[in-house]
Ligand binder design. Structure first.
Ligand SMILES: [Fe+2]
Ligand SMILES: [Fe+2]
Length: 365
């Protein structure tokens, strides 16, 4: 195991100064990306041969084992938006596409890209906390976390240098570095990069519509919470998600769009008091469950603060919000069930490829 990487990703405090890391990553990643885009990455035949070889499979098995260990020791709490559960669900999203489209070539690298794409969030959160502890402020630049992820992913691949084609590594690194580029289309070119972006965006929809803004509020960034009286409220925020899904290609997009719209309508109906649901008391229980479960892992103090926010909402808002939480939980339960069903159905494919199944394994851990 790569000791430096383990330390950087685990809850151990950052040794170096985050602003210093940022300066280094800013210049190194720029040089690297310029070089990448000036190279010719057309020929994939050799890569595919390696992927299908015994040797390639062996390397991927080693990587899968290392990533499993690494991920289990990672910092999972107090992350900014794009938290731990998001990271795991994006891996699952990409695995799902790979299984459905029967992908068995170099594009399997997208699973690695998905796993690493938001590692940078861990560094920025740790950096912010360290500076806060010193009474200073670190302003998190939302566009920059992907470069931190690139820096960390590079450290991961260092151990495998010489064991795998450099081109494969580079395509994955680019996918990581550019996953947050381009709100207007697939600015990140290349199939691995597009797969990672798709997985990332798909994860933003479904029950995420309800869950994520709540999570971000508790983590002190991102969308304003319903009833907080900011310039936007939660129901406006969903517009963001609608914008995101318009970028997802093909059938998948339509299917997700239908599901998302149905859910939004339900949320809005609930908000208008047009549906019968559980009362406020029951709703609070659900909120508590939601925030206490291991994937949302927050301290008692944070749960208390969150419940305080709920208390201060207007009655109408609170009612809508709590029913939304119940709805959200129902959707999440259904997602988990679907995931298990798909695992069962595709067991053979999953067992044949070392990188497949990591997402679900981490989700269930
Ligand atoms: Fe990201
Ligand atoms: Fe992400």
């Amino acid at each position: 195991m790569n000791g430096e990487l383990v330390k950087l990703l685990s809850p151990v405090e950052l040794e170096a100064d985050i602003e210093e890391i940022e300066r280094v990553v800013r210049s190194e990643s720029k040089i690297w990306l310029d070089q990448f885009h000036n190279s010719d990455w057309g020929e994939k035949k050799r890569l595919n041969e390696w992927i299908r070889s015994q040797e390639g499979r062996g390397v991927r098995q080693k990587m899968a084992d290392e990533l499993w260990e690494l991920s289990r020791g990672m910092q999972k709490e107090r992350l900014t938006a794009h938290d731990w559960r998001h990271m795991v669900l994006v891996v699952w999203g990409v695995e799902e596409i790979i299984i459905e489209d029967k992908i068995d070539d170099y594009r399997l690298g997208a699973i690695l890209g998905a796993l690493m794409h938001d590692w940078g969030r861990i560094i920025e959160t740790k950096g912010r906390d360290a500076m806060r502890a010193r009474g200073e402020e670190y302003i998190i630049n939302d566009e920059f976390h992907s470069r931190f992820s690139w820096w960390l992913a590079k450290k991961f691949f260092n151990t495998y240098r010489g064991e795998m084609p450099e081109e494969w590594e580079n395509l994955i690194l680019q996918a990581v570095a550019e996953h947050s580029r381009g709100r207007d289309g697939y600015d990140a070119d290349g199939e691995i990069a597009q797969l990672v972006q798709t997985g990332d965006r798909i994860q933003l929809i479904n029950a995420e519509n309800y869950y994520r803004p709540q999570q971000e509020e508790v983590n002190e960034r991102g969308a304003p919470l319903v009833g907080e009286g900011g310039k936007e409220d939660y129901f406006d925020y969903v517009e963001f998600f609608l914008r995101e899904i318009s970028l997802i290609a093909g059938e998948k997009r339509q299917e997700k769009e239908v599901r998302l719209k149905k859910m939004l309508r339900e949320c809005l109906e609930v908000g208008r008091g047009q549906r019968q649901g559980r009362g406020v008391g029951g709703g609070l229980e659900i909120v508590r469950e939601l925030w206490s479960n291991k994937l949302a892992a927050n301290s008692e103090e944070e749960i208390g603060r969150f419940l305080g926010l709920v208390e201060r909402m207007s009655e109408e808002r609170r009612e809508a919000f709590l029913r939304g939480c119940a709805l959200c939980q129902a959707y999440r339960d259904r997602d988990a069930e679907e995931m298990e069903e798909k695992m069962e159905k595709n067991r053979e494919i999953i067992e044949a490829e070392p990188l497949l199944g990591l997402g679900v394994k981490l989700w269930q851990d």
